[in-house]
Design a protein around this ligand. Sequence first.
Ligand code: AMP
Length: 188
Amino acid sequence: MKYYILFGPPGAGKGTQAKFIAEKYNLLHISTGDLLRKEMAAGTPLGLQAKQLIDGGNLVPDEVVVGMIKNTFALNKDVSGFLLDGFPRTIAQAQKLDEMLAENGEKVDKVLSLAIKDETIFERIAKRAQIEGRKDDADPKTIQNRIDTYHEKTEPLIEYYKEKGNYCEIPGEQTIEEVFSDICRTIG
Ligand code: AMP
């Protein structure tokens, strides 16, 4: 089983690239953001619990997303690999993931990291707000909070994976096609 992580700040293009990568490499795409938005749309207790945090640009608790990932792994034993998009987002989540995989003698194969500047994040999210209508994309204060949260809680994962030797950085300010071709070269 292959495990790839698509890593990067909000607006880096993870969702766009994930669709291409999952199709080309026959991976199951798991986006914790999409899973949470489905829970919110369905009005489940989990969705209701997560809504305020997501709409405010804050992370939901580690146990919630780790639980969702565990369930998705358990329900999809016959796939050839997974592409994790938006997970892990904290060191605690990364450690849990490593523990989960180690139980079966597995590990994260590669971390595909899309690097973009904070200014670009703002531009991209403002554009996406008009297309997708996400509440957490609409307000500049919420966007700034998501960027701050990324720097504070998620960025430390770069060092975590660099130390493990599976961290691969791809310049995310190129065209969609250029980013994808860099990713394909990195996956090999
Ligand atoms: P995304 O679609 O990946 O931008 O995620 C949207 C929102 O869902 C984030 O701003 C968080 O509130 C929540 N979320 C998604 N993935 C995670 C995660 N791995 N850990 C905590 N919160 C998450």
